[in-house]
Structure formats: structure tokens, C-alpha cells
Design a protein around this ligand. Structure first.
Ligand SMILES: [Zn+2]
Length: 67
């Protein structure tokens, strides 16, 4: 099972992605940021929105959700 399938099959997108990426909660918002699992980077441009259950990377444009 690859990363995208793993995310799709999970109930909570944040918990699933946390198994691969160290996520940091953005203060006050239901948004998490971390290093992108799809490309190599030194500054976190990968964000996960727990309320909308989707992820998006500003660095490489990777995106997805549970559906
Ligand atoms: Zn990326």
C-alpha cells in the first residue's frame, strides 16, 4: 500500500500522515504543517487540514484527501 492509498483508507488524515511526517500544529487553527513526504525539503511547506481532511504541499503541489 503506498502513501496515497494509506491516507485514503484511513479515518483521520492527520493521524495517518503523522506516521510518515512529523506534523506541527499551527497555533489556534485546525491546520498542521510538516516536511513533505513527496519531495525533499528543509523548510515545511506541506500542510494538512484536519477540519477539511485534506493535505497540500506548496513546494511540489502534491494534494489529496480521503475521498
Ligand atoms: Zn512536496
Amino acid at each position: 500500500m503506498d502513501f496515497a492509498e494509506q491516507v485514503k483508507s484511513s479515518v483521520d488524515i492527520v493521524k495517518t500522515i503523522e506516521q510518515y511526517v512529523r506534523l506541527k500544529k499551527a497555533g489556534g487553527s485546525p491546520r498542521y504543517t510538516g516536511l513533505c513526504p513527496f519531495h525533499v525539503e528543509k523548510t515545511p511547506s506541506f500542510s494538512v487540514h484536519s477540519s477539511h481532511q485534506f493535505y497540500y504541499c506548496f513546494g511540489c503541489g502534491a494534494r489529496g484527501d480521503l475521498f
